[in-house]
Ligand binder design. Structure first.
Ligand SMILES: Cc1ncc(C[n+]2csc(CCOP(=O)(O)OP(=O)(O)O)c2C)c(N)n1
Ligand SMILES: [Mg+2]
Length: 320
């Protein structure tokens, strides 16, 4: 991979820090009772969303997962309206009706987080088919998880994308666990990317904690997709910084395994890259301070925003 310039490294650092702080603050708000329901933190996995999104164009689409706050922020959702959505407020992206697992926005071209494991993949194939039929230049990045790769919809979507040469890039976030089940207990292949061969598409496995490596790994799949040559699979190895969701203490995670991955944290990796690129600490501190203000302001905005009114609470929600 050719070296990435300091400007791109800095913007990737800023987004990584934004997701990190957003998640930390949102978890604090959850503990205060201001956010309810399920909440699957993206802590530790930020480099995948950041690297993938740095590689695509604003007009490209994504589908996201149940662990989707980082995808949304990196794709261009504003932290304040994201936070408001998590708070269930009217000013949220889905007017507070979606919450953590159902953030979506047409203008941002995020076709949605999804509470169904693998649920976004068929949507990605459908969106890519639409792009192909209208001969559009866009691609769809389909974020998916190690757990989803054991689901039928993962295999059906991969096959459809392959036989129709659809402009999709499947970005598999292998964080080694599906809730408490380690991937070694649910797959017999060494790398999940090997499964791409079964569908006649290229597959690679890369370090998903290094945003620069993820960015680099996206280049050839993007070229292929835009040239009409079809889909690719990019498996990104990563690790959660804790349990499956905010109320899971993650006691099944071997402490030394967790520590090993924390030492290879996406922020640590990017800071080392920035140092090698000659960026001084002061520039990084400035970013940290700017991000801190941005996320504090997001919490203030969400707190001050009105709840949906009781009268139209069910508007835009299907009723029986
Ligand atoms: C089709 C389906 N099956 C089961 C569940 C319950 N469930 C929610 S998350 C999860 C495990 C997810 O693990 P993985 O797919 O690896 O994603 P991760 O949480 O690690 O990001 C399960 C089984 C679900 N939401 N959808
Ligand atoms: Mg997983």
């Amino acid at each position: 991979m050719s070296e990435i310039g300091a400007d791109l490294l800095l913007s990737m650092y800023e987004m990584t820090e934004t997701i990190r702080r957003f998640e930390q603050q949102a978890i604090a708000q959850y503990r205060l009772g201001n956010i309810r329901g399920y909440f699957h933190p993206y802590l530790g996995e930020e480099a995948i969303a950041v690297g993938a999104m740095a590689a695509i164009e604003p007009d490209d689409y994504i589908v996201s997962t149940h662990r989707g706050h980082g995808h949304a922020l990196a794709k261009g959702h504003e932290p304040r309206r994201m936070m408001a959505e998590l708070f269930g407020k009217e000013s949220g992206y889905c007017r507070g009706r979606g919450g953590s697992m159902h953030v979506a926005s047409r203008s941002v071209r995020n076709l949605g987080a999804n509470g169904i494991v693998g649920g976004g993949l068929a949507i990605a194939a459908g969106a890519a088919l639409a792009i192909k039929q209208r001969e559009g230049p866009e691609v769809v990045v389909a974020f998916c998880s190690d757990g989803s790769s054991a689901n039928g919809i993962w295999h059906e979507s991969m096959n459809l994308a392959a036989i129709w040469d659809l402009p999709v890039i499947f970005v598999l976030e292998n964080n080694q666990y599906a809730v408490s089940t380690p991937i070694r207990d649910s797959a017999r292949v060494e790398h999940l990317s090997q499964r791409a061969a079964g569908y006649g598409m290229p597959g690679v496995t890369v370090d998903g904690n290094d945003a620069a490596i993820v960015y680099g790994a996206m280049q050839e799949p993007l070229r292929r997709a835009r040239a009409g040559e079809g889909p690719s699979l990019v498996e990104c190895l990563t690790y959660r910084h804790g349990g499956h969701h905010v109320n899971d203490p993650g006691l099944y995670l071997p402490p030394e395994e967790l520590q090993r991955w924390k030492a290879h944290d996406p922020l640590i990796v990017l800071r080392a890259r920035l140092a090698r690129a000659g960026v001084d600490e002061a520039a990084i501190t400035l970013i940290d301070e700017r991000v801190e203000r941005l996320i504090d302001e997001a919490v203030e905005f969400a707190t001050a925003s009105p709840n949906p009114s009781v009268e139209d609470f069910l508007a835009e929600v299907a009723t029986l």
